[in-house]
Design a protein around this ligand. Structure first.
Ligand SMILES: Cc1cc2nc3c(=O)[nH]c(=O)nc-3n(C[C@H](O)[C@H](O)[C@H](O)COP(=O)(O)OP(=O)(O)OC[C@H]3O[C@@H](n4cnc5c(N)ncnc54)[C@H](O)[C@@H]3O)c2cc1C
Length: 589
């Protein structure tokens, strides 16, 4: 069957994917955007607190600039971020925020009518632009409006949307990406796509953990698809645990609550962060990894409260009552609504029960500051990518910025590359692309048929549940060699059991159980990369805390971990961190 052709393809309809598609379209390159959900349902829509840029609009941040933003980001990363990439991101930040403002993004305003900023993400003063506590919603809708505008004003169909298509495989020939295979979820048909450049913007992999703020769709398969095609995943061991997720549901309770002045208290009503030396000074606005660890320690030392829905689970309280109803209503109305709907409490009158939960995947598809991967014509951006600008720990507000800045850069570079391929400046590729794509399509068809025809005894939800428990229990905030080794063994068992999964529903149309089986393979393989990286990194840095190696060890581990997929199990390698003007220093508190 002849493949479907598009000049370029973006996989993912979140902020990074939409921004990349807009950039390609703006540069007159035809683009198709493939997303497994309707773009506005991507996880980006759930982002709450805000997006960082050194605008200096607040009296306490008049002297802010990109250098300070870069330093905070690199310090926050525990010096594992590539400094050239961070500098690029922080230099571009203001331009990108102004562009979003001109596109109509409804940022909150200060008394002078300028974009308002709040303290967030480790700066210690207001640097984060926001739209109440629904910033992701505002940004995603702004970009989607631009997509709709481009399609309508230009009266052309050069930006094609494939909504509810799952990309299952990329096709690489002679080190170049020549296309991909996608499953149309609505009718269950697989198709081959031929293209010159592909951008992967497939988001995070939070759902390998059970207690996570991530949407159900963030399974990790979006990272696994390039991984299966020999593209390494970088820095996968660094998982951010957000300090404050709503007990029971683990919905995010934004850092903005603490930025606005909320307190964390234990079962005696004490602001316990002052007991710990690394949070004593910054208290509730200390970095996320520090607060998550100190909440966990406080709970382990008996300062927690019991979760009535789960006796093994403990929590602390986030108190906003002293902020007053007006401030809560104007700045944190979404949080109030979440608490009322999902926990039956009104934070105007009662403190919120919170506990740490998985929140962000610092690692991802290995790429450089131009968003190029090791495969020609394959780019990555957003949470799926690891540029790396977040290193061992991401600052709040920097991820939204990462999606917008590197989404744009990926679009720009993919446009140049694709134009070269179309007009001949890139060396000719193999002539028999159609045949290679057809072979890949047949292979994917066989894979799906074998899942549908399997009579195995395993089912997806059991394996998924065991995976989630394993990751929480053994690969959580505190880690050690013994637990990690046993987690690696268990993952291998789960991977074996995966081969015996069978489905009850075997029809092709909207077969979500088939989709979950395909995604589960991604979750298992990504989890294996996380565990292997964590075990090999015998130090504590940023979000990775090893109880058996409690210090940071720059001599041996100031380097990026690369995980390569193989049928026998993950293979690790390392690569240098790009240092720059900011010398690695011991962490200050
Ligand atoms: C609750 C919450 C609040 C947050 N708040 C903030 C904040 O205030 N500030 C901040 O900086 N960061 C925040 N973050 C982080 C930030 O929102 C995300 O990192 C960012 O939005 C990710 O955007 P993305 O475009 O990379 O991916 P997503 O928005 O996750 O989009 C991924 C896209 O990929 C598609 N996809 C995935 N796999 C496939 C496949 N195999 N085939 C086809 N399509 C596929 C999906 O359909 C989706 O469209 C928050 C995160 C969460 C979970």
């Amino acid at each position: 069957m002849k493949p479907i052709y598009h000049d370029t393809i973006v996989v993912g309809g979140g902020l990074a994917g939409l921004r990349a598609a807009l950039e390609l379209d703006r540069r007159n390159v035809k683009v198709a955007l493939i997303s497994k959900v309707y773009p506005l349902r991507s996880h980006s829509v759930a982002a709450q607190g805000g997006i960082n840029a050194a605008l200096g609009n607040h009296p306490r941040s008049y002297y802010d600039n990109w250098e300070k933003h870069a330093f905070d980001t690199i310090k926050g990363s525990d010096y594992l971020a590539d400094q050239d990439a961070v500098i690029r991101m922080t230099k571009e930040a203001v331009k990108r925020i102004v562009e979003l403002e001109h596109w109509g993004c409804p940022f909150d305003r200060n008394d002078e009518g300028k974009i308002a900023q709040r303290p967030f993400g480790g700066a210690g003063f207001p640097r984060t632009c926001y739209s109440t506590d629904k910033t992701g919603h505002a940004l995603l809708h702004t970009l989607y409006e631009q997509i709709v505008k481009f399609r309508q004003v230009a009266e052309r169909q050069e930006l094609t949307l494939y909504n509810e298509w799952l990309v299952t495989r990329i096709v690489v020939e002679n080190g170049r990406c020549i296309g991909l295979i996608g499953l149309d979820i609505k009718n269950g048909n697989l198709s081959a796509f031929k293209t010159n450049a592909v951008i992967f913007a497939t988001g995070g992999s939070g759902r390998v953990y059970g207690k996570t703020t991530n949407a159900l769709i963030n399974t990790g398969m979006g990272m696994a698809v390039p991984y299966w095609a020999d593209v390494p995943l970088k820095e996968m061991e660094f998982i951010q645990f957000h300090p404050t997720t709503l007990v029971g549901k683990n919905i995010l309770i934004t850092e903005g609550c603490r930025g606005e002045g909320g307190y964390l208290i234990n079962n005696k009503g004490e602001r316990f962060l002052e007991k710990y030396k690394d949070s004593k000074k910054a208290m509730e606005v200390a970095q996320r990894d520090i607060i998550s660890r100190n909440i966990t320690k406080e709970i382990m030392e008996g300062g927690g409260l019991k979760d009535p829905t789960d006796f093994a689970s403990r929590y602390v309280l986030l108190d906003l009552r002293h902020l007053g109803e007006d401030r809560i209503m104007s700045r944190l109305s979404g949080i109030r609504e979440i608490c009322m709907k999902f926990a039956g409490i009104d934070p105007v009158y009662e403190p919120i029960p919170v506990q740490p939960g998985q929140h962000y995947t610092m690692g991802g598809i290995d790429c450089n500051k131009d968003c190029e991967t090791q495969i020609k014509g394959l780019y990555a951006a957003g949470e799926a990518a690891c540029v790396s600008v977040h290193g061992a720990n991401r600052l709040g507000g920097n991820s939204l910025l990462d999606t917008i800045v590197f989404g744009t850069i990926a679009g720009e570079n993919a446009a140049n590359y694709a134009q070269g391929a179309i007009y001949g400046s890139v060396p000719p590729r193999c002539n028999n692309k159609d045949r290679i794509l057809d072979d890949a399509l047949k292979c994917e068809n066989r894979k799906i048929e074998s899942i549908l025809n399997s009579n195995g005894k395993e089912n997806t939800s059991n394996i998924k549940e065991e995976l989630n428990k394993l990751m929480e229990g053994k690969v959580g905030i505190f880690r050690n060699a013994e637990a990690l080794k046993s987690a690696l063994n268990k993952i291998k068992q789960l991977q074996e059991r995966y081969k015996n999964i069978s489905l009850n529903y075997k029809k092709c149309k909207i077969n979500l159980s088939l989709m979950w089986v395909l995604e589960l393979k991604g979750s298992l393989d990504v989890a294996e990369a996380i565990i292997a990286g964590a075990l090999a990194r015998e130090e504590s840095r940023g979000s990775q805390f090893r109880t058996d190696f409690t210090e940071r060890n720059d001599e041996d581990f100031l380097k990026h971990t690369l995980a390569y997929y193989s049928d026998e199990g993950v293979k690790l390698d390392y690569k240098e961190v790009v240092l720059g003007p900011f010398e690695p220093k011991a962490r200050e508190y």
